[in-house]
Design a protein around this ligand. Structure first.
Ligand SMILES: [Zn+2]
Length: 341
């Protein structure tokens, strides 16, 4: 029974990958005429409400003491298990078994896949979410679907309660051995639609040490069809990869297939921040948030005081000018009066 379940889930993963990579409607890219500004022409939800990513601006943040630490289950996979690493032309993606799941959320969410967004060697800023305008080098997304309600990710994705994604911000720094567990196989998926089997590893090691500090909001897929069905959890603390690891990611895979004569390097595969649409971003941590709110309020107050001061100064200048005019005209009036007398 268990074996059959695993087999069925593997088929679902392969189908999901094929759906995403081969037959999912119109072609889309990150630049040019099929770039993000035109996604909505074939995928209308990309211009709909509650889109992702967004910038975590201090004014949108609200501390929520009820947000519990994220708990991940069965993330420590054995190296005897095989995962499918693929290049779908938009990212590199690793399939994940559905026994990996999250708790502490409104539903039971099972893992489906993880993938990355990144910059280029010349512009090494490629995260999708940004913190108060700061864009990081790259971003990892671990995608889960609501397995209480839906049998697989394809069925779950279009529904508002369908998905939960963990976002991990990545910056260049120390070498990260966990990321090398799949980055070392990138040469096997150089071209679009290529797939290989790679040994599984401890997926928990890709996440930051602290799973209790995060941003939480309702958003969307950051790629077409842009379904607004994602409960986002973006961890506050970034993880690092080395410069060499980043360059491997940013230079060794192509968005074009092997048959195409001019290969196109796959990088800068991130969507720009979307409108907040009056959304509140809940935060599970207090320190830093209060400080930024205080700083933002103080700056706002300073701006108001400066504006009032400028206005008063202008009025006073106008009054002084008027007085000066009065002083100039007075003798003339006197002369007039004298001549009349
Ligand atoms: Zn993503």
């Amino acid at each position: 029974m268990h074996f059959l379940y695993l087999q069925a889930s593997t088929i679902v993963h392969v189908l999901t990958f094929m759906t995403v990579s081969a037959s999912h409607g119109a072609k889309w890219t990150y630049t040019g005429s099929e770039g993000e500004d035109n996604w909505y022409k074939h995928y209308p939800q990309c211009r709909g409400p509650f889109q992702s990513p967004i910038d975590f601006e201090p004014e949108l943040l609200r501390y929520d003491p009820t947000l519990a630490p994220i708990e991940v289950w069965n993330y420590n996979l054995s190296s005897h298990e095989q995962l499918t690493l693929g290049n779908n032309g938009h990212s590199v993606q690793l399939s994940l078994p559905p026994r990996m799941h999250l708790s502490g959320l409104p539903h039971h969410y099972s893992a489906a896949q993880l993938h990355l967004h990144w910059g280029s060697p010349s512009v090494p800023t490629g995260s999708e979410h940004t913190i108060n305008g700061k864009q990081f080098t790259a971003e990892l997304h671990v995608v889960h679907f609501n397995s209480d309600m839906y049998p697989n990710i394809s069925m779950a994705a279009p529904n508002s309660d369908g998905l939960a994604v963990l976002g991990v911000l990545i910056e260049v720094g120390e070498f990260n051995p966990a990321f090398s567990q799949f980055l070392k196989y990138l040469n096997g998926v150089k071209y679009k639609d290529q797939r290989i089997q790679v040994p599984a590893f401890n997926i928990r090691k890709l996440l930051p040490a602290r799973l209790d500090e995060y941003y939480r909001y309702d958003g969307s897929l950051t790629t077409p069809p842009c379904y607004a069905s994602v409960l986002w959890t973006v961890f506050r603390n970034p993880v690092t990869i080395s410069e060499k690891q980043f360059l491997a990611l940013a230079t060794s895979v192509f968005s074009s297939s092997k048959q195409e004569t001019a290969p196109v390097v796959l990088n800068e595969n991130y969507r720009k921040p979307q409108n907040s649409d009056n959304r509140i971003i809940l935060v599970s941590f207090q320190e830093g948030v209060l400080v930024s709110i205080v700083v933002a309020s103080a700056m706002g107050l300073l701006l108001i005081v400066t504006l009032i001061w400028c206005l008063l100064r202008k009025k006073r200048a106008e009054r002084d000018q008027q007085r000066a005019k009065d002083i100039i005209y007075k003798p003339e009036k006197k002369e007039d009066k004298i001549s009349k007398v």
